[in-house]
Design a protein around this ligand. Structure first.
Ligand code: F6R
Length: 584
């Protein structure tokens, strides 16, 4: 939700502009950049995607900040784009997060004579800093005091005209610093500067950093200086590029034969920790949002069928429902690609407050979820830039399968299944690509698509519908085959597409559900290892036992992609969506 960045060093403005392009996936309704020029700021703000910006910087600078926005407070307009400025035009600030007590702070500032020119809550912070600067005479102190007055999560980077420094801080929203040679970077994530340096510092919540040729870190609460140590990240700039592909979505779909293999390369000692806690905990909760929640649902089938362990799956934003059952004997496994999802972080806080143990499965190293967990496993998928989760989903399934088998001491069996699946996916991508293009043409003009599955294919139906709807804007609904006659069948009409996800165990019943729909005029599409003459369209997919979820979803990811292409939509950046949902 919004990408922010700042650079201290030569050609800072160019590097910020370049960094913003890499952060575009975090928000793409408008963008802006500011840097000091003699007695004022150079400012450029535009509506639309920075990737499409035809703009060259008029001059260079050694200090600059930038922002790419996903609107929360105020509509999409130039005045609401960041950077936002203080009334005296001396403070420029980029912000990610929501100021929950904005009304109270705004009224206070208005009573002190401040005016507001945007609808954003971020302008309040800039003015609050101006107000506190008058009292303290120190920019960093003014930022710190102002942040203490703010309720809600934030990440900010600010510049004060006349001072050659960046001041940045975080609480709840991600912020990472990069240490180059005589240059420093700060950004919502490392993709903004990974081409310049891999030496990073992940700021913790309530930490403020001053970058002025060196870096000092302070506690926002006490103002005391804190020690820090750098980490080396293992992501490569090439991984964050499209390469031969037109879109990140296809690139990431086609990476899956490799990412699946990487997902099962887990440190033995960490897997053992997970297993010990899964076995010893009285209650196990699997928590995530969106696609990550869907992988939890698949995992529930794995733990039940393979490990004989009962787990409760919870959508993170609904975690309060189970709060009273969470105690010191409970285990929470939090699942997240970004590791920054606000709802999930909130659920983890609730779990910790109740003394539960927290384990996580995350993709982004150094992310907030990873850092507040008692132990974590990385998905090892590499950067996922497309807003839609594809490779991270199948990696989550692979990690869960590994854990389910590890609980019964048969990790090797999971590895064998996933390696076989990776090779099957490799062939499947080749055999299904053209067919999915053809099918996409048939479906692109439809208003509704239904997806059914039973047992472990049910969560796949949910995930398939999510992929289709978010990228093609076609209403898509996934449900359990058995639920059909309990309501949804009323919507089936002549030509309504119905995707049927079939596995060897569920084949008989799901085929009869499909026939029920076909009798009402549905256009049935089967994803099964056996071609079935009852279906109007068949895609044969390989059976890979407990990893069937993977061989079923991969062609549907492709289908979703091609429907978007058919409709001339941008699959990497669907409307209204952002990659990392850092607001509740
Ligand atoms: C769907 C999608 C979202 C995310 C959800 C959770 O394609 O990407 O539903 O899965 O926002 O995000 P993470 O996994 O980063 O916590």
């Amino acid at each position: 939700m919004c990408g922010i960045t700042g650079v201290f060093g030569t050609n800072a403005s160019e590097k910020v502009f370049h960094g913003l392009k890499a952060l575009e996936y975090r928000g793409y309704d408008s963008w802006g950049i500011a840097f000091p020029q003699k007695d004022s700021f150079f400012v450029k703000k535009e509506i639309g995607k920075i990737g499409l910006a035809k703009f060259s910087l008029p001059t260079s600078s050694t200090l600059a900040i930038g922002h790419t926005r996903w609107a929360t407070h105020g509509n999409v307009s130039k005045k609401n784009a960041h950077p936002q400025f203080s009334n005296d035009k001396k403070i420029a600030l980029v912000h990610n997060g929501i100021v929950e007590n904005f009304e109270e702070l705004k009224n206070k500032l208005i009573s002190k004579g401040f005016s507001f020119f945007s609808d954003t809550d971020s302008e309040i912070i800039a003015n609050l800093i101006q107000f506190n600067f008058k009292k303290t005479g120190s920019f960093e102190a003014a930022v710190r005091i102002s942040l203490k007055e703010i309720e809600g999560g934030y990440a900010i980077v600010a510049i004060h005209l006349g001072e050659n420094k960046l001041v940045c801080a975080r609480n709840g929203s991600p912020l990472v610093l990069g240490f180059g040679e005589n240059e420093f970077f700060v950004a919502s994530d490392v993709s903004a500067f990974v081409s310049y340096t891999k030496q990073v510092l992940f700021l913790n919540d309530s930490e403020l950093a001053v970058i002025d040729g060196e870096v000092k870190v302070f506690s926002v609460d006490s103002g005391k200086e804190k020690k820090f140590s750098l980490k080396k990240i293992n992501w490569d700039i090439e991984q964050a590029k499209k390469g031969e592909f037109k879109h990140f979505m296809t690139k990431e779909i086609f990476e899956q034969p490799e990412t699946l293999k990487l997902a099962i390369k887990q440190p033995e000692k960490d897997v053992s920790k997970f297993v010990k806690l899964i076995k010893s905990s009285k209650k196990v909760f699997l928590v995530g949002c969106g696609t990550s929640y869907h992988s939890c649902l698949s995992a529930a089938y794995f733990f039940s069928s393979i490990s004989n362990v009962m787990v409760e799956c919870c959508i993170a934003s609904e975690f309060s429902r189970v709060e009273k059952f969470v105690d010191k004997n409970s285990l929470i496994i939090a699942v997240s690609q970004s590791g920054e999802t606000a709802d999930l972080l909130e659920a983890i806080k609730i779990a910790k407050k109740n003394n539960a143990k927290v384990l996580s499965i995350v993709n982004v190293m150094g992310s907030s979820v990873m850092r507040i967990s008692d132990c974590y496993l990385l998905m090892n998928s590499g950067p996922e830039i497309c807003v839609l989760s594809t490779k991270s989903y199948t990696s989550q399934i692979a990690v869960f399968l590994l854990l389910a088998y590890a609980v019964i001491g048969k990790e090797d069996e999971a590895k064998r299944i996933i390696l076989k699946t990776a090779s099957s996916v490799n062939s499947l991508l080749k055999t299904s690509d053209k067919k999915m293009k053809v099918l996409a043409k048939k479906l692109a003009k439809k208003n509704d698509i239904f997806v059914i599955g039973r047992h472990d294919a049910f969560p796949v139906a949910l995930e398939a519908a999510l992929k289709i709807k978010e990228v093609s804007y076609i209403h898509a609904e996934g449900f359990a085959g058995g639920e059909l006659k309990h309501g949804t069948i009323a919507l089936i009409d002549k030509g309504t597409p119905a995707i049927v996800i079939s596995t060897p165990e569920t084949r008989k019943l799901i085929v009869s559900n499909a026939i029920e729909m076909q009798s009402r005029g549905a256009f049935t599409i089967g994803f099964s290892s056996v071609e079935n003459s009852n279906f109007d369209f068949n895609l044969v997919v390989p059976d890979v036992g407990f990893a069937d979820a993977i061989t079923r979803i991969v062609p549907i990811q492709l289908l979703a992609y091609y429907i978007a292409i058919e409709k001339n939509l941008d699959p990497d950046k669907p409307r209204n969506l952002a990659k990392s949902v850092t607001v509740k």
